[in-house]
Ligand binder design. Sequence first.
Ligand code: ITT
Length: 186
Amino acid sequence: MMLYFITGNVNKFKEIVGVFREEGVKLQVKRLTVNKIEIQSKDISSIAKYAAIDLSKKINKPFFVEDAGLFIEQLKGFPGPYSHYVYDTIGVQGILKLLENVENRKAIFVSAIALVVCDEIYMFEGKTKGSISDKPRGSKGFGFDPIFIPKGSERTFAEMDLKEKNKFSHRAKAARKMIKFILKHI
Ligand code: ITT
């Protein structure tokens, strides 16, 4: 079986392929870039689910999509579902500016995967608690990785190699749930 991951983000693809490898799954995952519909919702899972429903009308093979967002407690969950747009506009420095002199730096990364097999949709979610650093650290990864320190580590995601990030990350947690499901049911 070949499984397609529909994403424009190569880093996400590499992370998920890494999880498949770590779990010893002999299933080929290929990246496909197809434009996705992105509905407006506070809920990451709903965004992934609607994108998958729309794509399932056009794609006739097993595939999944993933949507992710960074939810910062002091900012009432912002940027959350707007993470991509916020990263492209005010970026990492903009977020740090919003948190200047703010003591509460708690944040959660959320990932939702929608898997489509034989016209059925299956949802998997992963969450990682952590905090926002005072300044960017590290050069690996992508997006908000330089300012996110997962609980249980002193380092930002951008200071970790892919394998270490996958030990902590929201995306790896969601991917492991999907892999468990695939191995059991498909
Ligand atoms: P898709 O084509 O898969 O949608 P995308 O980059 O647009 O790729 P998302 O909308 O799911 O993906 O992600 C929103 C943004 O949140 C993303 O562009 C990053 O800026 C940020 N983000 C998500 N996961 C992240 C992670 O693991 N590390 C750092 N930033 C992340």
